[in-house]
Design a protein around this ligand. Structure first.
Ligand SMILES: Cc1ncc(COP(=O)(O)O)c(C=O)c1O
Length: 393
C-alpha cells in the first residue's frame, strides 16, 4: 500500500496534468462506439495508425501467421543465450538486402534499437548533434549515453554546422529522423550528409516512418528516405521499426559488419532482453516481400495526392500544405481545443489522434492525420469536410 505522502505526490502530478489538458488515458480502440461502421474490425475509420501500407491486416500475412505460430510462441531467451534462430538471421538478411547494407541487426522494438545503438556508440568523448524534433527514443538514448548532446533547431543545417564547429569533443555523431514522425516532413538529408562527410561525423538516420514507404524513384526499392535523396552511402547507421510501413512488430539497424559486432557485444538493450519471437520474424520476412512489390505505396501516394487536392479546395487553417508523406499535421494550438476536436471527430466516426506536449511543444497541439493505402477517397473527403466543420465551430 502506498503511504499517504506518496499517494499525495502521485495524485498532485496527475491533477496538474488534468488541469493543463495533458492527462493521457488508454482507450480500447476496437470498442470505440461509432455511428459510421466503416471498418468492421475497428468500428471506426482509423486515421491514426502507422500502418501506412495496410500490411498489418493483409490476408496473405494473416494466413501465414496461423501456420507459423504452431512451432512456439517465444524463444524465452535473449539472443546471446538460446534466443537466436534461423528465422531471425533470415529476417536480418532480408533487411540488409532491402537496405543494400552490409548487415542488419534486429531489436525487439525500434525504441530499443535507438536506445541500444546510440547509448553504446557514444561515450564521454563524443558529441551528439540531434534535431530538436527527434523522437523520444532518440532523446532518451542521448540521455542514457555519456556523450554531450547538442540539439539543433529543426532541419537548420547552418546551426548544425555552427554547433559542430564550436564543439570540443573528438568523436561526433549526427542523428536525425528521415521522415519526422509528427511533422511529416523530410530531413534535409542532402545537406546533412555533406556536413557529416565534411566534419567526419557518424551519420545516423532513424527512418521509422520512411522505410518501406519511400525510396529511389529510379530503382523503386522503397529503401527509405536516404535512398529517396540518393545519399544512402553517407548514412553509417540506419535505424527503423518493423511496426510502421511493414505492419509487423520489432526494430532493426542496418549497418556495416563492424558496427553489428560492436552492438552484439556492447548494446545493452540488445544483450539483456528476450529475442523477437520467431513467428514475428517469419511474418516480417514475408511482409518485406509484399512491401517491395510497390503496389501499396502506389495506392498510398494516390491517397496523399487526393488528400491535398481536396484540402486545397477547403482551405484548412493550420494544415501543413507541402507534405508529400502519409503524415499530415494540422496545427490546432491549445491542448484543450486539440483534445476537443479529436473527441468530436471520434463521435463522427473518425479516429484522428490529438498530439500534445511532450510529444510536441506546449500550445502546439495538432491533429496528426495518418494516411494509409487502404483509405478510400470517400473516407478522406469525409474526414476533411468534418475537420473543416469542427474548426469553424
Ligand atoms: C521516429 C521513431 N523512431 C522510433 C520509434 C519507435 O519504434 P517502435 O514503435 O518500433 O518502438 C518510433 C515510434 O513511433 C518513431 O516514430
Amino acid at each position: 500500500m502506498l503511504d499517504k505522502s506518496n499517494s499525495i505526490y502521485f495524485r498532485n502530478v496527475l491533477d496538474n496534468l488534468k488541469n493543463e489538458h495533458l492527462f493521457r488515458q488508454l482507450r480500447i480502440v476496437n470498442e470505440i462506439p461509432s455511428s459510421r461502421n466503416r471498418d468492421p474490425a475497428l468500428n471506426i475509420c482509423d486515421f491514426s495508425s502507422n500502418d501506412y501500407l495496410a500490411l498489418s491486416k493483409n490476408k496473405i500475412l494473416i494466413e501465414k501467421l496461423q501456420k507459423v505460430s504452431n512451432n512456439s510462441i517465444s524463444q524465452c531467451s535473449s539472443r546471446l543465450i538460446s534466443g537466436n534462430t534461423s528465422s531471425l538471421e533470415e529476417l536480418e538478411r532480408s533487411l540488409s538486402t532491402h537496405r543494400n547494407s552490409e548487415t542488419a541487426l534486429v531489436y525487439p522494438t525500434g525504441y530499443m534499437a535507438n536506445l541500444g545503438v546510440i547509448s553504446c556508440i557514444a561515450d564521454k568523448s563524443t558529441a551528439i548533434f540531434s534535431d530538436e524534433l527527434n523522437h523520444a527514443s532518440i532523446i532518451d538514448a542521448c540521455k542514457l549515453s555519456d556523450a554531450k548532446t547538442y540539439v539543433f533547431s529543426h532541419n537548420n543545417t547552418i546551426e548544425l554546422e555552427q554547433k559542430i564547429l564550436s564543439s570540443k569533443e573528438n568523436r561526433k555523431i549526427i542523428i536525425t529522423e528521415g521522415i519526422f514522425s509528427m511533422n511529416g516532413d523530410f530531413a534535409k538529408l542532402v545537406e546533412i550528409s555533406k556536413i557529416a562527410a565534411m566534419y567526419c561525423c557518424i551519420l545516423i538516420v532513424d527512418d521509422a516512418h520512411g522505410d518501406f514507404i519511400v525510396g529511389s524513384k529510379k530503382l523503386k526499392n522503397y529503401s527509405g528516405t536516404p535512398s529517396l535523396f540518393d545519399v544512402d552511402r553517407y548514412v553509417d547507421i540506419h535505424i527503423s521499426s518493423l511496426s510502421k510501413g511493414l505492419g509487423c512488430f520489432g526494430g532493426y539497424v542496418s549497418c556495416p559488419e563492424l558496427i553489428r559486432n560492436f552492438l552484439i557485444n556492447k548494446s545493452r538493450s540488445f544483450i539483456f532482453t528476450s529475442a523477437l519471437p520467431d513467428f514475428m520474424c517469419e511474418i516480417a520476412t514475408s511482409s518485406i516481400k509484399l512491401a517491395k512489390k510497390g503496389t501499396q505505396q502506389e495506392k498510398l501516394e494516390k491517397n496523399i495526392n487526393y488528400f491535398h487536392n481536396f484540402a486545397k479546395e477547403q482551405d484548412i487553417p493550420g494544415l501543413a500544405k507541402n507534405i508529400q508523406t502519409p503524415i499530415i499535421p494540422i496545427i490546432i494550438g491549445s491542448e484543450k481545443k486539440t483534445v476537443t476536436i479529436s473527441r468530436k471527430l471520434q463521435t463522427r466516426g473518425f479516429y484522428v489522434h490529438g498530439i500534445r506536449y511532450p510529444t510536441v511543444k506546449k500550445n502546439e497541439g495538432q491533429l496528426r492525420v495518418s494516411l494509409s493505402a487502404a483509405h478510400t477517397y470517400d473516407q478522406i473527403s469525409d474526414l476533411i469536410e468534418n475537420i473543416v466543420h469542427l474548426l469553424k465551430q
